[in-house]
Design a protein around this ligand. Structure first.
Ligand SMILES: N[C@H](CCC[C@H](N)C(=O)O)C(=O)O
Length: 325
């Protein structure tokens, strides 16, 4: 079976985009999980953090389903949604659209370049839930806000929220990035454990100057990635809850893949976050796939030249991180 795809990234969080609107691929659920495991494997010619299936929708301009590299499906993907936003807007000649995701239909729109000649989109991150059952997190309390979890750490304080995929956020200083704690506790809560039966994305956050933070995330179903869009959005919200940053103001979120911006909105007890950042295409490729043998070959690959301009954004962001982390 031949499959045409685009490899792209949002802040270095890279994905394979497969267009099921223009092509009749007819994937089964098992196909989708197997495709993610086979094509995202970085030992192969492609490799990625996940696959974004772009599908028809009867209630929006398009639909996104996101599968992690381990074959698990997630309810949301912030960096991936910017790539899908770009793909749908360019496919349909739109500057803004609505994309159906597992739990919500989300508003997306093309934005002014966050850096010269870097395709930039804004996506809505919503709904936001703090009830522990929304993750789920099995603790004898309704919510977890800036509190210790003795099974995970004696010092760190965590906040748990779903946007709607699950996130566990710890805010601290540089030292928290200089040991193996994030890796060890992330592997624990993403393996067989009583706290997070479905796993969780784990982010360590360091406030930089007011209006700027650095976020490093160990992603459920993937591991450490350059950036996690929903995690950066959730982290921005938590820094507003702890009054480190302000609602309705742009927060610069630095990460190992570059920089995005978040604006946190609070209306009574309802929150949403605007996530603004790049949607960069790396290459187009066609593959010949034998799914049952779980093998494929790349039959064509056309490099695109967008990464050269993106790299200027990334090195500027890395300079800031080097100065402040
Ligand atoms: N690993 C996530 C899905 C991908 C989210 C991330 N790549 C993003 O940009 O939000 C999860 O299992 O909930």
């Amino acid at each position: 079976m031949q499959i045409d795809l685009i490899k792209g990234h949002g802040s270095g969080n890279d994905f394979l985009l497969i267009d099921e609107i223009s092509n009749d691929y007819l994937f089964t659920e098992e196909d989708r999980a197997n495709l993610a495991k086979v094509l995202c494997n970085r030992g192969n010619e492609l490799g990625a953090d996940g696959i974004l299936f772009i599908m028809k929708s009867d209630r929006a301009d398009g639909r996104m389903r996101v599968f992690n590299a381990d074959g698990s499906e997630a309810s949301m993907c912030g960096n991936g949604l910017r790539l899908v936003a770009r793909y749908i807007c360019e496919l349909k000649g739109l500057n803004k659209a609505v994309i159906e995701t597992m739990k919500a239909n989300l508003k997306v729109m093309k934005q002014e370049d966050i850096f010269p000649q870097v395709h930039t989109y804004q996506v809505e991150i919503s709904p936001v839930m703090f009830e522990l059952k929304a993750l789920p997190l099995n603790l004898p309390k309704p919510t977890l806000f800036n509190e210790k979890i003795k099974e995970l750490s004696d010092e760190l304080r965590f906040t748990a929220l779903a946007v709607p995929n699950p996130h566990l956020i710890a805010i601290g200083e540089t030292e928290m990035f200089q040991n193996n704690l994030q890796k060890e506790l992330s592997e624990k809560v993403n393996g067989p454990n009583d706290l997070f039966p479905d796993g969780v994305n784990v982010s360590f956050v360091k406030p930089l100057e007011k209006g700027s933070i650095y976020v490093r995330t160990f992603e459920r179903g993937v591991g450490f990635t350059n950036a996690c869009g929903t995690a950066m959005s959730a982290s921005s919200l938590v820094t507003c809850l702890t009054e480190l940053n302000n609602y309705e103001k742009v927060i610069n979120v630095y990460n190992n893949g570059g920089k995005v911006q978040c604006v946190v909105h609070k209306l009574d007890d309802t929150y949403s976050i605007d996530l603004i950042g790049n949607a960069t295409y790396l290459y187009r490729a066609s593959i010949q796939l034998a799914l049952n043998e779980k093998t494929f070959s790349v039959t064509s690959r056309t490099e695109l030249l967008e990464q050269r301009t993106y790299e200027k954004l990334q090195s500027a962001a890395q300079e800031v991180i080097k100065q402040t982390l």
